[in-house]
Ligand binder design. Structure first.
Ligand SMILES: *Cc1c(COP(=O)(O)O)cnc(C)c1O
Length: 362
């Protein structure tokens, strides 16, 4: 017996963990500077860690009220109703819910190339077809309405990533509005703001809700996650913010108890720990500037917690840096074999990464 034809399905290539790299190199994991997965270099919010400890004794019960509480808290944070918050097992889980709610077999989705791998993966899991629009290196990977609309051919979902992973570019709200206006009535524009906390650009939720002078609309949804600025990548917690018009579809597509009770408790605590997020975003700003100024190689402006760097041979540079205990992301799997992506670290780890990268590219 065999599963269905999965030959079009790509296997997700995650960055490797510090333990794996340390074991391979025979180094102390503590000495590895891991800047390959856009994780929070300060770790999780201490308040979230404490909340998880406290909740450990009650994980024999299903997460009923805590799920409701977190959704209400997120709804309050964004000034939307609870049904508009599609809580999920990571931002990736929220992408699955959008696929479940929108894709009929054979429907197309349009994704950026280079771009985040999971959009295409979730589309294929849900029997959808994947088409791409190109962000051009020669344009600095600019996200203009034309880059998307020139490739648009009636797809059901168009994915925008702002700030964009791995390039760091943004789509401004006027561009997003034009894309939503000029795509078909049945096309949903998903704006993935996994890195939104690191950017000055207001959330595209303003378009959904008709705030700040924009007209309200029902064809844009926003994705957010606790994995990056909140430092909770391991607990798997994220959500989509969707228009009121079709928000109740969540109840028909979500996996029961979409987020674990530990995740929900951690999320609630992390949302209240403003200090941890501020420290994180301030350090990211510093680290980005430091990399732009101090790396000998060409860097691209970034609104995320990472910087894309031009190198001759990404695989060789990532390998050489790793031997020095600095793990960066070889962007070959993104279709950029001449770029590495470096996550913003603490001051100490950023300085170390810059010095090692200058050494191995020099
Ligand atoms: C990290 C990331 C996500 C969400 O990741 P989760 O850990 O599943 O929340 C979504 N989109 C992009 C572009 C990302 O880089």
């Amino acid at each position: 017996m065999q599963p269905r034809d999965l030959s079009a399905h790509a296997v997700y290539a995650a960055g490797r963990g510090s333990e794996e790299v340390a074991r391979e190199l025979g180094l102390d994991p503590e000495r590895i500077v891991k800047l390959s997965s856009n994780e929070n270099p300060f770790g999780p919010s201490p308040a979230a860690v404490e909340a998880i400890r406290e909740a450990a004794g009650s994980i024999h019960t299903y997460p009923k009220s805590v799920h409701t509480d977190l959704v209400a808290r997120i709804a309050d944070r964004w000034d939307v109703t609870s049904p508009q918050v599609w809580l999920a097992n990571g931002g990736d889980g929220a992408l699955d819910y959008l696929s479940r709610a929108f894709l009929d077999p054979g429907d197309g989705v349009l994704v950026s190339e280079p771009g985040f791998a999971y959009y295409a993966m979730t589309a294929r899991y849900h029997h959808g077809e994947v088409r791409t629009y190109a962000l051009e290196k020669s344009d600095g990977f600019a996200q203009t309405p034309e880059t998307v609309l020139d490739s648009y051919d009636g797809e059901r979902i168009v994915y925008l990533t702002s700030p964009h992973n791995p390039t760091g570019t943004e789509a401004d709200l006027a561009a997003i509005e034009r894309i939503a206006d000029e795509t078909g009535e049945d096309t949903l524009v998903v704006v993935d703001e996994a890195y939104g906390e690191f950017s000055e650009t207001p959330s595209a939720l303003a378009l959904v809700e008709g705030r700040e002078g924009w007209d309200a609309r029902d064809d844009v949804a926003v994705l957010r996650t606790f994995s990056k600025a909140y430092g909770l990548a391991g607990i798997r917690l994220g959500y989509a913010l969707v228009p009121d018009e079709w928000a109740e579809a969540y109840t028909r597509v979500n996996t029961p108890f979409a987020a674990s009770s530990l995740a929900c408790r951690a999320g609630l605590a992390a949302l209240d720990d403003r200090e941890h997020v501020e420290r994180t975003t301030e350090t990211v700003e510093w680290s980005r500037e430091y990399m732009h100024a101090e790396l000998d190689a060409h860097t691209y402006p970034s609104a995320g917690n990472f910087v894309l760097v031009d190198v001759e041979d990404a695989s060789a540079v990532a390998e050489a840096a790793k031997r020095e205990g600095v793990v960066v992301r070889d962007c070959s799997s993104f279709g950029l074999p001449e770029c590495v992506r470096v996550t913003c670290g603490t001051r100490e780890s950023t300085e170390r990464a810059v010095s090692v990268l200058n050494e191995v590219t020099g």
